[in-house]
Structure formats: C-alpha cells, structure tokens
Design a protein around this ligand. Structure first.
Ligand SMILES: Cc1cc2nc3c(=O)[nH]c(=O)nc-3n(C[C@H](O)[C@H](O)[C@H](O)COP(=O)(O)OP(=O)(O)OC[C@H]3O[C@@H](n4cnc5c(N)ncnc54)[C@H](O)[C@@H]3O)c2cc1C
Length: 369
C-alpha cells in the first residue's frame, strides 16, 4: 500500500482558498493536507473597499478557513509562519517546527505595502495589509470622526487602484467629518490603467473634495503628519499607507531563491526555482521572465493551475505552465453605487459597472458559503 503524503499550505490567501475549494470537490489521492494561517477568516480583497464603504458586512467579505478546511478534509493550524526549514521540510514558527514533514509545500502569504525605508511608517501609519490592521485603523478613524468637533485630516499615501478605491470608500462613510489628501509619488494616479479610467477617477476624487498631490513622496511619517520630499509638512490625524506591494521580510530567513525585491522566484509551473517540491502563488510569487501584476485577480487565476500542478507532482505527471492573460478587466468602486471599468483602452463609469462588480464578487464568495 502507498504511504500517505503530506501537503502543507502556508497562508490562506485567495489562491489557497480556491485550491482547498477544488480539493474538497476532487480530493488528492492518499494525501493529508494542512493549512497554516495567521487568520481564521481570510479577507477577500475585491470586497474590501466595499466593506469600508458599508456595502458588505465583515462576514460577507471573509472566507471562513477552518470551515473550508473541514470540507476539504484538511487540518487547520492557526499560526504565523516566520521561516521554512527546507532540510527538515517544515515551516517554522519562532524557530519551532510546525506541522508534519512535508512532501509538498505551497506558499500563498500575500504582501504588505512597501514602506520604502521611510522612517515612522511602522510606528504611525495604518498599512493596507495585513487587512485586520487596516480594518482596525479604519474603525478608529470612523469612531473618532463621529465625535470630532472639526473635520479630521486624513492622508492616504499611494495612488494606485487600492489607494484610490479605499480613499473614496472612507470619504463616503465620513463625508463632512474628515478631509482627505491622496499623495502619490508618480505623475498620475492609477498607473497601469488607461487615460479614460484615470480621468474618470480623478474627476470623482475632485468632486468628492479629495486633494490629490502628485509627484510627491513622503519622506517621514510622524504621529501628527508627514514630511514630503518637496520640504512641505502635511499635518494629519490618520495616515493610511497603501503603496506598492512588498514581500514578507521573513522569506529572507529561508533559503528559497528570491528576486532582488525579495519575492519568491517561481517557474511558470509555480514551482520555486531550486526546490521543485515547494510552490508559491499570488502576490508573494514572482514568475521568472514575466511581469504578472500583483493583484487579487491573478492570485485567483493561479488557483486552477496550482491545484492541477500539485496533483500532477504527486502523481508523477508532467506539470503545466500558468499562462497569465495579458489584458484583464478592472472594476474600481467609487462608493456611490457606481464603478469605473478599465480594460485596455476602454473606460466606463456607471451604476451598471457596480452592479456587475457586485455580482462577480458575491458569486466568488458564494463558493465558500
Ligand atoms: C485596499 C486594497 C484594495 C484592493 N482591491 C483589489 C481588487 O479590487 N481587485 C484585485 O484584484 N486586487 C485588489 N487588491 C490587491 C489584492 O489585495 C492582492 O493582490 C491579493 O490579496 C493577493 O492575494 P494573495 O492570495 O497573494 O494573498 P492575500 O489574499 O493577501 O492572502 C494572504 C494570506 O496569508 C496570510 N498570511 C500572511 N502571512 C502569513 C504567515 N506568515 N503565516 C501564515 N499566514 C500568513 C494572511 O493573513 C492572508 O490571509 C487590493 C489591495 C488593497 C490594499
């Protein structure tokens, strides 16, 4: 009789949630699965700004990981991994081995916003990830805004889709009780999107009273504001940090091959380049010779090929490459019952686009219900 194999999933991101969903429908042969996650309820990024805007409850935008594991016949371990012992084939938590000796490990721990070495970020800014920290910061701001004698001053650093969508969601909920400034280091918001989408979102930001500061870098964060590269001091009661994604620092403790930026280098099969039995997916993975965007859309798209390749690896079958689509649709909510659609050169801002986004996101979450 064949011996049982051990598959250890580190992190319950979008990709692993879908892998577990697939494995619940079609289990792996004689394989015991363990999921290690630092949260029991995994946030779904597509609904995050909508939750802040008050359109979705906490429950509606979170995946119940222990329940999902139960369906997939997997063990759930609630812990924060901070290294991987590749010789012992085991994740480590504060130097201690956790979980069984693995035949296969897959890593899907996401990213956090890059502090770019700016002093004071860790102490004073509210990061967009981990999401529980963002939501705790948002709750503090919301509560303070309700009783503030004067409008609170809020600075959001990072003018990508996440920063813009989050700003509009927070502004919608605290209208008249907080003033928002969006600081972006590039010459325009939403780099990577078309001009039409940028113009529509810029117009919404202006209409909603958000001050947008372009080509401005934050050089230091203090308790009561931020210093800008141009020498200006911007006073703030709350500072949200929504910059480009950076990998978890603990990866440097493992001997996995990393990019210069610290992301895990993987082949198109999502196998790490020197350890074929270790896979990585989602924001944390960097596919060799590809520039796959770090977004929930791609983390979701990696789920099917990852599941297929984990299965193929265990069955000694050939593995297939993940082929990312070049063009993809983005739907950015404007927290007024509308969304901006951005696809290649096409842009549209309407209620229909929000209805469409809401339908896509609710359908995604229904899989885990
Ligand atoms: C405000 C905002 C809005 C966004 N909106 C969108 C959007 O609308 N559409 C879109 O496509 N993308 C969006 N994104 C980007 C999206 O959030 C990420 O690209 C996506 O979440 C990456 O998915 P992932 O599967 O790699 O990891 P994640 O979904 O981030 O999940 C990683 C998981 O691993 C867990 N974890 C982390 N470290 C450890 C550890 N050491 N041990 C154990 N567990 C660990 C985390 O708790 C988390 O549950 C948004 C981002 C932000 C900040």
């Amino acid at each position: 009789m064949n011996k049982w194999r051990e598959l250890v999933l580190v992190g319950g991101g979008h990709t692993h949630a879908l892998v577990l969903h697939e494995l619940a429908k079609r289990p792996l042969y004689q394989t015991h699965i363990t999921l290690i996650s630092d949260v029991e309820y995994a946030p779904y990024s597509g609904m995050l700004p909508g939750h802040v805007a008050g359109f979705y409850t906490h429950e509606e935008m979170h995946i119940d990981l222990p329940k999902l594991c139960k369906k997939a016949g997997a063990d759930f371990l609630h812990a924060s991994v901070n290294s991987i012992d590749l010789d012992a084939r085991c994740p480590l938590v504060n130097g201690q081995k956790l979980g069984p000796k693995a035949d296969l490990i897959s890593i899907n721990v996401g990213s956090t916003p890059d502090s770019h070495g700016v002093p004071g970020v860790a102490e004073w800014a509210i990061p967009s990830k981990p999401v529980p920290q963002l939501l705790a910061g948002w709750e503090r701001l919301k509560t303070a805004a309700e009783s503030a004698a004067q409008p609170l001053r809020v600075v959001v650093v990072g003018g990508g889709a996440g920063g813009v969508e989050l700003t509009l969601a927070m502004q919608f909920q605290t209208c008249g009780k907080a003033d928002y400034t969006l600081v972006n280091n590039g010459p325009q918001i939403m780099s990577g999107h078309n001009d039409g989408a940028r113009e529509r979102l810029s117009a919404v930001l202006i209409q909603r009273g958000v001050t947008v500061m372009l080509e401005n870098s934050v050089t230091e964060v203090k308790a009561n504001g931020v210093h800008l590269q141009n020498g200006r001091w911007l006073p703030a009661d709350y500072i949200f940090w929504v910059t480009s994604p950076a990998p978890p620092a603990w990866l440097r403790e493992s001997s996995l091959a990393l990019t210069d930026g610290g992301f895990i280098r993987v082949k198109p099969t999502l196998q790490t380049i020197h350890h074929p039995w270790v896979f990585a997916a989602g924001d944390v993975a960097s596919i060799e010779n590809q520039r796959t965007p770090k977004s929930g859309v791609f983390a979701v798209r990696m789920a099917k090929p990852l599941t297929a390749n984990l299965r193929a690896f265990l069955e000694n079958d050939p593995l297939s490459p993940f082929k990312p689509q070049k063009n993809f649709l983005s739907l950015i909510g404007t927290a007024d019952g509308k969304a901006v659609a951005s696809h290649r050169w096409l842009a549209m801002h309407s209620r229909l686009m929000w209805t469409w986004k809401d339908w896509i996101d609710r359908r995604f979450m229904r899989q885990f219900g």
